[in-house]
Design a protein around this ligand. Structure first.
Ligand SMILES: NC(=O)c1ccc[n+]([C@@H]2O[C@H](COP(=O)([O-])OP(=O)(O)OC[C@H]3O[C@@H](n4cnc5c(N)ncnc54)[C@H](OP(=O)(O)O)[C@@H]3O)[C@@H](O)[C@H]2O)c1
Length: 361
């Protein structure tokens, strides 16, 4: 039977955010049309796309030529332009016009989008998040978004199956007593450089030059992004905590917050000696230097530590992310998920997997 004659489920999808991840997602979604039809008898219909300026909205679905055109416009830095553009419509208002049982996908990096997500949940739509902020913000947001018809796999290590693994353990009644993770590629790189006796300032400037850091490297060095990932895992364990309860070791002092980026990049050398001493103390006896999250006994902590090289956290390649679950069923040999923990294409793939799993769910 030809694919045209195969009955299929048409699934409306509304994309909030059309940056690097959002556009990679749209490209992958179009490329996977035949696959979805063949494997799942599914057609994902993009009914709307919102960026920070505009919404293109067509409840019966935007055709692929329009999607390609919108991707191409944004790729070259233009504003979205299409017949279906809805001047003045906000994401929150658009939610009220969605077809029933839509999937709303957040690939923004803002918490301004949260009211739209909450409205979507209240209206019975499903939600997929690449954006960490809605699940690392108010507990009330967490309580509304996560209990059902929601996926947030890529908030914690891109497409690595961290959230789905933990969900399976918890749903099956396993008792997870500890989660350890190296959740920031940037901080893992810096730890590896320190372990190799590279001066901290040189390592920070090199990481920035290689594009491993945010434009302001303090956003990485402060550990908050890795802290949000750890908080999401802690909340999945049932910890009723927020970012203020997460103990985060910053790799620079708060007194350097008021410097410009250039000043910081010059003055970061003042931290060389203390960081070298710290690294030496933590790596005695052949231990490996890691910037790690530890979620255990109701506490969530991120810090530099020395990991035994025979453990999964200690053995991981510096460029990879890892999350290690110790549980009743995985005690002497904890369960680890590791691999590439960042990148727009791989993140988009994880988001697409979440969408399909909700669509066929
Ligand atoms: N890249 C990775 O490796 C990775 C891994 C895991 C998770 N993530 C997460 O994925 C998300 C997207 O990352 P990205 O690299 O694609 O970011 P990005 O390129 O900065 O894209 C963000 C998009 O959100 C849009 N936006 C901002 N405010 C909005 C609003 N109020 N309403 C609607 N849209 C709004 C922006 O609009 P404009 O286009 O108009 O600016 C832009 O299209 C982030 O939350 C990030 O943390 C990324």
């Amino acid at each position: 039977m030809s694919s045209q004659l195969t009955p299929f489920h048409s699934q409306p999808v509304f994309l909030l955010g059309f940056g690097g991840v959002g556009r990679a997602l749209a490209r992958q979604l179009i490329a996977a049309r035949e696959l979805h039809l063949a494997r799942r008898h599914l057609r994902l219909e993009v009914v709307g796309i919102a960026d920070s300026n505009n919404i293109v909205f067509e409840p019966t679905g935007l055709d692929d030529a329009t999607l390609h055109s919108l991707i191409a416009q944004k790729d070259v830095g233009q504003k979205m332009s299409a017949p279906a553009i809805q001047q003045g419509l906000t994401p929150l208002e658009a939610i009220t016009h969605l077809p029933p049982n839509s999937i709303v996908v957040d690939t923004t990096a803002t918490d301004h989008i949260v009211p739209a997500l909450l409205a979507a949940k209240v209206a019975g739509h499903a939600v997929v998040l690449a954006n960490k902020l809605p699940v690392a913000g108010d507990l009330a947001w967490w309580d509304t978004i996560t209990p059902s018809r929601a996926r947030w796999e890529t908030t914690c290590g891109s497409a690595m199956p961290v959230i789905s693994t933990l969900t399976t353990l918890l749903d099956a009644g396993d008792e997870v007593s500890k989660i350890e993770g190296s959740l920031s590629g940037t901080l893992a790189y810096l730890a590896a450089q320190l372990e190799a006796d590279k001066p901290f300032g040189d390592a920070v400037r090199e990481a920035k030059r290689l594009g491993y850091t945010e434009p302001d490297p303090r956003q990485d060095l402060g550990g908050r992004d890795a802290g949000r990932k750890a908080l999401i895992l802690a909340r999945m364990l049932g910890y009723r905590i927020g970012m203020d309860d997460v103990s985060i070791e910053s790799l620079y002092p708060a007194s350097m917050d008021n410097l410009s980026v250039d000043e910081f990049l010059r003055e970061v050398d003042s931290l060389n000696e203390q960081m070298a001493q710290r690294a030496a103390a933590l790596t005695t006896g052949g231990k490996k230097l890691r910037y790690a999250a530890v979620v255990q006994d109701g506490k969530c902590e991120l810090k530099l530590l020395g990991a035994d090289p025979n453990t999964k956290l200690g053995a991981i390649q510096a460029s990879d992310s890892i999350v290690v679950f110790t549980s009743k069923h995985f005690s002497s040999n904890p369960l680890a998920v590791s691999g590439r923990g960042a990148g727009q294409e791989v993140t988009a793939m994880g988001v697409l997997g979440d969408i399909v799993s909700l669509a066929i769910g």
